[in-house]
Design a protein around this ligand. Structure first.
Ligand code: KG4
Ligand code: ZN
Length: 339
């Protein structure tokens, strides 16, 4: 399959369904014209994403979400030059809904499609707006399923320098939130409650891991044991200290992420630093990144909030790069859950 238009003039429909957000976006003439996200509230009552519910909700949401993205962009399907779709990593059932939908759409309309890597797309979200990073830069990718430090040399060259060996940073927020009785996803709630809390009131052990890898499971245990000990003394401990607990947990996670990024700066000598993924929406992390860049006389790249959490704009944009490489998908392509 081949797209003959000049790449910058292409109109691309992006589709994302890797976890619990169904999203569709239209990228036309290099600009995002729509970016619609249908979130699934059902998971709140279970304290985490229930994979089977997620795929069923994607099935319900995918057609109206795509229709809404086309409408908002004032586009019709016949004007779409290519479709970009998340292939992985993510939840298999969720991925399958979006990927099968795209294959069917491509088959019936003869519009070519490209497979997009969800993690690369989070990083490439930095290039959507005009204010793009100078290359190379380091990007801390922090989401509900992944935590990595990558070196970005171009849209095609993304090298992983370190990654989590257990939980992701987003999971650390979500699991800590669950212990505090907060609903899912707890990251944004902890962020909000932290605003009126003392970040230095409680200290939690941060995991020691060599090189640029991360570990969050020790932190989770440290929070759990601390809470159990305090609740034995005072059963209202959590409710009476919720904001300080949130602020201290958030501060611990952010400081740990920044210490690893600082190590990466020293190791590589690269002082252009960015953040990506859902946790990049965190207000303390956004501030800390700017402070870290200033410390090394570098530059901080902080994407717009709507391009941090899962969205199809980043998929459409990453798809454009795949089209430039003429890497089109085929009907026999399959989804993948891990890299
Ligand atoms: O990238 P994302 O939308 O989905 C995945 O690919 O996983 O990230 C979702 C994660 C969740 O763990 C959520 O709690 C976290 O991002 N998150 C935040 C904030 N907003 C979303 N964590 C901390 N502070 C926030 N403001
Ligand atoms: Zn994501």
């Amino acid at each position: 399959m081949e797209v003959v238009k000049n790449n910058s003039q292409l109109t691309i429909l992006g589709i994302e369904s890797s976890c619990d957000d169904t999203s569709a976006a239209v990228l036309s003439n290099g600009k995002i014209c729509s970016n619609v996200v249908a979130s699934q509230d059902i998971h709140k009552e279970f304290g985490g994403v229930v994979p089977e519910w997620a795929s069923r909700k994607h099935q319900l949401n995918i057609v109206p979400t795509v229709q809404s993205a086309l409408k908002k962009a004032d586009q019709k399907l016949e004007n779409i030059d290519a479709i970009a779709c998340t292939q992985g990593p993510g939840l298999m059932g969720s991925l399958l809904v979006g990927h099968s939908f795209v294959k069917g759409l491509a088959l019936s309309t003869k519009i070519p499609f490209v497979n997009v890597d969800h993690i690369d797309a989070h990083v490439l979200a930095h290039f959507i707006d005009d204010d793009i990073p100078e290359l190379p830069f380091l990007c801390l990718l922090v989401s509900g399923g992944h935590t990595q430090i990558v070196r970005v040399d171009s849209g095609y060259e993304i090298t992983v320098l370190g990654r989590t060996i257990d939980d992701a940073a987003g999971e650390a927020f979500d699991k800590a939130g669950k212990m505090l009785g907060l609903s899912y996803p707890s990251g944004p709630i902890i962020d909000e409650l932290s605003k009126s809390g003392d970040p230095l009131k409680y200290q939690f052990n941060t995991p020691k891991v060599s090189n640029l890898d991360f570990s969050f499971s020790g932190l989770k245990t440290s929070i759990l044991y601390f809470l159990q000990k305090e609740i034995r003394k005072d059963k209202n401990f959590i409710s009476e200290n919720k904001n300080d607990l949130c602020a201290s947990i958030q501060h611990t996670i952010v400081s740990y992420l920044m210490s690893k990024l600082s190590e990466a700066i020293i190791k590589t000598g690269i002082t252009g630093i960015g953040i990506a993924g859902g946790v990049a929406a965190n207000s303390e992390l956004r501030k800390a990144l700017t402070q870290l860049a200033a410390k090394y006389e570098g530059v901080a790249y902080v994407p717009r909030l709507e391009y941090c959490t899962d969205n199809a704009a980043m998929i459409a944009f990453a798809g454009k790069i795949k089209i430039e490489k003429q890497q089109f998908g085929t009907l026999s392509d399959v989804c993948f859950t891990r890299k």
